[in-house]
Design a protein around this ligand. Structure first.
Ligand code: SF4
Length: 206
C-alpha cells in the first residue's frame, strides 16, 4: 500500500527551533485538537490543494540539505498538525534517510499509544507541546480530554531518554496564568522531565 500524506508546508534551514543543528520542518496536515489559538490553522481545514508526498518524495525533497544535516547534527523535524497521526510515514522515512539524520517530532501527544510506540524506535528527539496539564483548562483550550496525553507522557518517561524530550508549557492568554504555568512546570519536574521550556503565546488580541 502506498504511504502518502498531505502537508501544510516544508520549511528549510531552520536553526535552534526544531531540534539540533540545521533542520527542515515538514508539517503534516491534520490534528485531533482544536486549539483556540491554533498556530497553524491550515492544518485543521480541508486538505484540498495541499501538496501530497510519499516518504520517498519527501526524502528526495529534503536530501538537498544532507550536507548541512550531517555537518551540524541536524535533520528533519516532523510537525503539523499532528505528526503522530502518521507513524507509518515517519518509519518509512527513517528507512530511507538512514541513521545519520536527526529525526525530531513536534507533537501534542494526544494520539493513541500505539502510534507513539511505533515511532519511538526511529526518532531521536521529541518536542511536546503540552498546552496545560489542568484537565479543565486543557479541555477548554483544545476541545479534547487530556487523559491520553497523560498516558503517553508516562510511557515516554518509562522508555525514552529524558534528555531527548523537551516539554513546552505556554502561557495562553485568556486560558491560564503564570501560576498555572509554574504549577505545570513543577509537576513535570516532579514526574522526571529535565528539559522544560515556558513561553507566552502571542495572539492578535493580547
Ligand atoms: S495542536 Fe497545534 S496544530 Fe493542533 S490544533 Fe493545537 S495548535 Fe493547532
Amino acid at each position: 500500500m502506498t504511504i502518502e500524506a498531505p502537508f501544510i508546508g516544508v520549511s528549510r534551514h531552520r536553526i535552534g527551533i526544531d531540534g539540533d543543528g540545521v533542520t527542515t520542518l515538514a508539517a503534516f496536515h491534520g490534528c485531533p485538537l482544536h486549539c483556540h489559538h491554533c498556530l497553524n490553522p491550515k492544518c485543521l481545514g480541508p486538505a484540498d490543494g495541499l501538496p501530497v508526498f510519499t516518504p520517498e518524495q519527501l526524502y528526495e525533497k529534503t536530501l538537498i540539505d544532507q550536507l548541512y544535516f550531517l555537518a551540524t547534527g541536524g535533520g528533519v523535524c516532523f510537525g503539523g498538525g499532528e505528526p503522530l497521526l502518521r507513524p507509518d510515514f515517519i518509519c518509512r522515512f527513517r528507512e530511507l534517510c538512514g541513521s545519520a539524520w536527526q529525526l525530531t517530532i513536534e507533537t501534542s501527544l494526544n494520539v493513541p499509544l500505539e502510534n507513539l510506540k511505533a515511532v519511538l524506535p526511529v526518532v531521536n528527539a521529541l518536542i511536546v507541546d503540552i498546552k496545560d496539564l489542568h484537565p479543565d483548562i486543557y479541555l477548554r483550550y483544545t476541545g479534547m480530554a487530556i487523559d491520553q496525553t497523560l498516558l503517553n507522557l508516562k510511557h515516554l518517561l518509562e522508555v525514552f531518554p529524558r534528555d531527548s524530550v523537551v516539554v513546552r508549557v505556554p502561557l495562553i492568554p485568556g486560558f491560564n496564568t503564570t501560576e498555572d504555568v509554574d504549577w505545570n512546570k513543577q509537576r513535570l519536574v516532579d514526574a522526571g522531565f529535565t528539559c522544560i521550556e515556558t513561553f507566552r503565546y502571542r495572539t492578535l488580541t493580547k
